[in-house]
Write a new protein. Structure first.
Length: 592
């Protein structure tokens, strides 16, 4: 390319919407919205912050974190190489930029995601940085504004990235309790684990014009349903029509809308506190303030990471090591005991309760009251089946939003009645269908996760078969998490991971090994507290013995929780899920 051509390329850019050739400076002046067709181009986090906050008010929060490669993940490239490349190309330390600032004179804490950095994926560092921003909002008693742009959880960090959905959600729950406003601004695209947690469990959800949001991505839904998707599926207007966002906002109005919402809620808080709202601060000259912001944003972000010390070798090595892919097949075995089997063999007197009270009863989730060694408990679990007819009737254990809302209702009921909750997790994932998206799958999962972080009653979760991503976590934020020996628990299916990071799905066995999804691996990572051994062979070879062992493990873990006061339980549960953000990784020898 000649120098002139290169210069021309820097000056002009082509609109992705109408293909018009646009003068870059003019486009920027128009907030990167095409003046011809209104297409909203994606923004990086620094530019987004410039557009939203009062000039001169931006105070970036530290992004110094230990280097993270917690599961030593390698696909065709080692994960650290991908991180280094993302840092070099974006100039950012991670996929989120966090700061405090004022918007229209109202102080806020902000976390703004950047899709250019590994698809805005949610890993341990991103979860930690957003959580710290929420904690800063709590300390300063100011609202939290999140601007999301993400393909979902970061699969290179395995189940630890899944845990970030709980970590950030509990920080949002703390702001709810403190009466502090949380706002998320959905930008294009917001999917997967981010959509199913902090993008949708905030008080207010704004969608920028042109943004798409959903739990499952369009490609996955097309693959699963084999159907073309409806026109405008998952777009901001679709979300508004289906009651999933408060408003759709053009970029040029976004700042003004935030100012109005912040003003209204601040007035309300001040009225409750019995004093008038603090008047807006009077700012200095606009030019000076812009210069300040540029200085703040241009500061070398770099990796600037401290290398974590070598962690101690993991305890509890297993003797008989089964290949991870064999374990995946074992966990999916059609004869493997289901939740209803366990309700019959482990519990007594199960009384099933139905319905979400909003219009549905999802067959993929069963729940109700039962007795465990004479004690009353609320049991909620995914139900698969043994025959094809059963599996179809139960939607293969893939819960719809109605299923998640039924589970939520039963969790809350249990807390009100003082019953402990036992969950049995066995799902390939939440239902990735068109109507599930229409009915708010992401928000349904997000609300369950948030509620479980603060549920004032003991919660004991068991991964009995497949623990598939957000759908599993929606029942697995618990005081103790147990896992049957041949169960798996993963941020993404090995097939899905292989399709994205390897050339194709045939690499699923390699992906299964890389994801660290087996019970012993997850125990070492602290995601799971205890492995429940299965009889020789596997659970389905001796269901009675499996039930016997599960019952013993449930009792051993549940009884100590019954004596802990609810407030203490919640505090300990929060600590359990708070520590994943700062995880330093496992030793290289310990996980194979
Ligand atoms: Zn255009």
């Amino acid at each position: 390319m000649t120098a002139i051509a290169r210069r021309e390329e820097l000056l002009w850019s082509r609109c992705a919407g109408c293909a018009s050739l646009l003068y870059r400076k003019r486009l920027r002046r128009n907030l990167d919205v095409c003046p011809e067709c209104g297409e909203h181009a994606r923004l990086g986090a620094p530019e987004r912050l410039r557009q939203l906050v009062d000039p001169g008010s931006l105070r970036p929060l530290s992004d110094l974190l230990p280097e993270a490669d917690p599961i030593n993940f390698v696909d065709v490239l080692p994960y650290p190489h991908r991180l280094t490349a993302a840092r070099a190309s974006t100039g950012l330390a991670e996929a989120v930029v966090c700061a405090t600032a004022t918007i229209g004179g109202h102080p806020v804490a902000l976390a703004v995601m950047d899709f250019r950095f590994l698809g805005g994926s949610l890993g341990c560092a991103v979860g930690e940085l957003i959580t710290r921003t929420a904690e800063r909002a709590l300390d300063d008693r100011i609202p939290l504004v999140l601007v999301t742009a993400s393909g979902g959880a970061r699969m290179q960090e395995g189940a630890l990235s899944l845990m970030q959905m709980a970590t950030v959600s509990q920080a949002i729950a703390a702001l709810r309790e403190a009466g502090l406003l949380t706002v998320s601004v959905l930008t294009d695209p917001t999917y997967g684990g981010v959509a199913a947690s902090f993008a949708t469990n905030t008080d207010l959800v704004l969608a920028e014009s042109g943004a798409r949001m959903g739990f499952a991505g369009p490609r996955v839904i097309r693959q699963v349903t084999g159907r073309a998707l409806p026109e405008g599926f998952q777009t901001a207007d679709f979300l508004l029509r289906h009651g999933q966002v408060d408003m759709v906002v053009q970029r040029r109005s976004l700042r003004g809308r935030l100012v109005a919402l912040l003003a209204a809620t601040r007035a309300g808080r001040a009225a409750r506190a019995g004093h008038p709202p603090v008047p807006r601060q009077e700012p200095a000259s606009r030019r000076e303030r812009l210069a300040d912001d540029d200085a703040a944003l241009a500061r070398p972000a770099g990796p600037a990471v401290a290398v974590a010390p070598s962690p101690t070798p993991g305890a509890g090595q297993t003797s008989a090591v089964r290949d991870a892919w064999d374990t995946v097949r074992m966990a999916r075995h059609p004869a493997r005991p289901t939740t209803l089997d366990y309700l019959d063999s482990v519990f007594d007197g199960f009384v099933e309760l139905h319905g979400d009270r909003l219009g549905g009863d999802c067959p993929a989730i069963v729940g109700g009251v039962a007795r465990l060694a004479g004690r009353h408990v609320m049991v909620i679990g995914h139900q698969k089946g043994h025959t094809t007819a059963e599996l179809v009737a139960r939607n293969f254990g893939m819960a719809s939003p109605a299923g998640h809302r039924k589970a939520l209702r039963l969790m809350r009921l249990a807390a009100r009645l003082g019953l402990p909750v036992v969950t049995l997790v066995d799902t390939p994932g939440a239902d990735p269908g068109v109507s599930a998206e229409e009915q708010g799958q992401a928000a349904a999962i997000a609300e369950n996760i948030l509620t479980l972080t603060v549920l004032p009653t003991p919660v004991l979760a068991v991964i009995t078969g497949e623990g598939g991503s957000g759908g599993a976590l929606a029942l697995a934020v618990a005081d103790r998490v147990l896992m049957l020996e041949n169960a798996v628990y993963s941020v993404i299916s090995p097939e899905g991971c292989a399709a994205i990071l390897w050339p194709d799905r045939s690499a699923a066995p390699q992906a299964a090994r890389a994801l660290r999804l087996t019970a012993p691996d997850l125990c070492r990572l602290g995601v799971v507290d205890e492995v429940v051994p299965e009889p020789s062979g596997a659970a389905h070879d001796d269901p009675a013995e499996t039930a016997h062992r599960l019952r013993a493990a449930l009792l051993a873990n549940l009884l100590p929780l019954l004596d802990v006061p609810p407030a203490m339980l919640v505090r300990l549960r929060r600590q359990r899920f708070r520590r994943f953000g700062t995880t330093r990784g496992v030793n290289r020898a310990g996980v194979r």
